[in-house]
Ligand binder design. Structure first.
Ligand code: F6R
Length: 599
């Protein structure tokens, strides 16, 4: 996620901006830049890569009292120096965090008015629009009110206007922004860590509010009436601030998921079924799909297999990348190979991409990190827009991956006329409600299940069909962060061997969300229960029945397209709470790395 910082006051703004950007490094970034006023001019300095690269380009003798800075995490356009912020057009220089969904339309309008664009970003249009509106209105606050009417999407903005020497302007919608306050100086930032070296007093800018920031701060509503704001005091240290008050990055990332899903789905839902089709590859030319990934990305592929086969009526196989790269591959020009990876740098997945490329097979990468190797080398790429994931165990990236695969199943089924238009629109509508269902599941309490589990040596997950695919991810999450030996089984397989391990007190987590095969799994639950197993059941309101289990998590009854994302939440939080009770290093489990770039 991009990071924003801004300063106006008596200190050297360049030093304050660099300190702020360094404190925001934990958010992840691929380039950085600052703009500062000096000798009545605005200087913009940018560099790709780490902040030290930016530091090297700055003149150490330069002094400034006003500036804005940015760390970029690419969403539109390559992660390079040109695309990095700040962006400048006419009299305006801006930094932006968020996504402008209608930037292409706005860009066309500005090009017609004679504006020339240098970057591939969605953000550059904001500087152009501000300049154009200012040439008509000549009042920055009124211009920002007009700007807000034109932008669709999310934004936190830091703005400098050439004509107003000592002020920064800020506005936000669905992207975080705070204003740091101190005697005779003010700051803006995406997050408290960026200002903590200088002040712990801050104001939260709410959606749609506009701030005029000089030595003092004024916040306005849309009518440009002053809004009275409370000045808050941050009591924690830098580490607490980086985690936004959460005890671990994993918990923070779990809580980010409702917002992530809005970003992931936004381009596909913008204009209903039209944008769904526009943003997906043309699947009509394929009669088979292979999905490749490692760990959780492979598990996401298994969820995709269930949905795409059921609703798209096309054979799908999911493979572990480290196996696929060495096995005989049955694929031709009618096969699409989909490679899933959060980092886009996983060695085995990348090797599979190169292998199938050499065979002339079409590839599609589903990736989080923009400009990563997989994204660059695949024929097509879909970005999941989950933002940087810091916890080693993936949560929000996995959720965004299965969301893309579910949208893909809908797209294929609808275009093959297997799903009617009215049904497809109903499903589209359900994705809009998905963030709320996810929030509801996050708010539930999983501590009792964790207490039943944390002192055990092993645990089994069971499910059928898509519930089995979800079980595999739940089981991986538990073992990797709590170190409890955990296995996932297709529920019907138990009695072919594994049931011999079930004894008094053995923990079994059963997932039963698919109504069509619920009775079969319930039968398997009864078999293990009668042998003494402690059962934690994850099920839906529709299936919830009076059979005997020890713990129950009941989720709403939802359509097949959004149900898996809601079901993933209890699995994440059961693992988290269990690992916490065991005192594990949750964000950095032993022996694991976030990006596995070796075979
Ligand atoms: C598990 C986990 C790993 C990754 C796997 C693939 O929580 O994070 O299993 O899913 O290492 O990584 P990417 O998605 O970066 O290819």
């Amino acid at each position: 996620m991009c990071g924003i910082v801004g300063y106006t006051g008596n200190r050297n703004a360049i030093t304050v901006l660099l300190d702020g950007l360094k404190a925001l490094e934990y958010r992840g970034y691929d380039s950085a830049g600052i703009a500062y006023r000096t000798c009545n001019r605005i200087e913009v300095v940018k560099a790709s890569g780490k902040i030290v690269n930016l530091e090297k380009k700055l003149n150490p003798n330069m002094h400034s009292n006003v500036g804005i800075g940015h760390t970029r995490w690419a969403t539109h356009g390559k992660p390079n120096e040109v695309n990095s912020h700040p962006h400048r057009m006419g009299k305006f220089t801006i930094v932006h965090n968020g996504i402008i969904e209608n930037y292409e339309v706005l860009k066309k309008l500005l090009v017609k008015s004679g504006y020339k664009f240098k970057t591939e970003t969605d953000s550059e249009v904001i500087a152009g629009l501000l300049d154009k509106l200012y040439s008509e209105k000549n009042d920055v606050l009124k211009v920002i009110v007009e700007l807000k009417k034109l932008l669709i999407g999310s934004y936190a903005l830091g703005i400098i206007c050439d004509d107003i020497p000592d002020k920064i302007y800020a506005v936000r919608k669905d992207s975080p922004l705070i204003i740091g306050v101190n005697d005779d100086e003010s700051f803006i930032a995406s997050d408290v860590p960026a200002i903590l070296k200088y002040t712990n007093k801050y104001i939260i800018l709410n959606d749609n509010e506009i701030a005029e920031i000089g030595r003092s701060v004024n916040v306005y509503n849309d009518n440009l009436d002053i809004v009275n704001k409370e000045v808050l005091t941050f009591e924690g240290n830098l580490e607490v601030a980086e985690k936004n008050g959460y005890e671990h990055f994993m918990l923070k990332e779990i809580h980010e998921q409702p917002e992530v899903i809005k970003n992931t789905t936004a381009p596909f839902l913008k204009f209903g079924l039209e944008s769904l089709t526009e943003n997906m590859p043309d699947f009509s030319k394929y009669d088979k799909i292979d999905i490749i990934g490692c760990g959780s990305a492979y598990h996401a592929g298994l969820v995709g297999k269930c949905l795409i086969e059921k609703y798209g009526n096309i054979p799908v196989n999911a493979f572990v990348a480290s196996e696929y790269r060495y096995q005989k591959i049955f694929a031709d020009e009618k096969t699409l190979v989909i490679l899933i990876s959060q980092s886009g740098e996983t060695a085995d997945t990348l090797a599979c991409l190169r292998k199938v490329h050499d065979m002339g097979i079409n590839t599609l990468a589903i990736v989080n990190v923009v400009g990563s190797s997989l994204a660059r080398e695949a024929d097509k790429v879909i970005y999941i827009k989950a933002g940087p994931e810091i916890s080693v165990a993936t949560t929000k990236a996995y959720l965004a991956q299965i969301t893309i695969l579910s949208l893909m199943a809908l797209n294929i089924g609808y275009n093959k006329k297997l799903i009617s238009e009215s049904k497809a629109l109903e499903i589209i509508d359900s994705y809009e409600k998905l963030p709320n269902f996810i929030s509801e599941m996050i708010d539930k309490d999983y501590k009792d299940i964790a207490k039943s589990l944390y002192d055990k040596d092993n645990c089994f997950y069971i499910g059928r069909g898509i519930d089995y695919a979800l079980s595999m991810e739940g089981s991986l999450k538990l073992k990797e962060i709590s170190y409890i030996v955990s296995c996932a089984y297709a529920a019907g397989e138990l009695k072919h061997g594994t049931i011999s391990l079930i004894e008094d007190g053995t923990n079994v987590i059963a997932i039963v969300t698919d109504k069509n095969i619920a009775d079969k799994t319930i039968g398997n639950i009864k078999e293990v229960k009668s042998r003494g197993a402690v059962i934690s059941l994850i099920t839906t309101e529709q299936i919830d029945d009076n059979f005997d289990v020890d713990y129950k998590v009941v989720m709403p009854t939802l359509n097949d397209f959004i149900s898996p994302m809601v079901c993933a939440i209890p699995l994440q939080l059961i693992s988290y709470e269990t690992a916490k009770l065991r005192g594990c290093d949750i964000d950095k489990p032993k022996n694991l790395a976030k990006s596995v770039t070796v075979e």
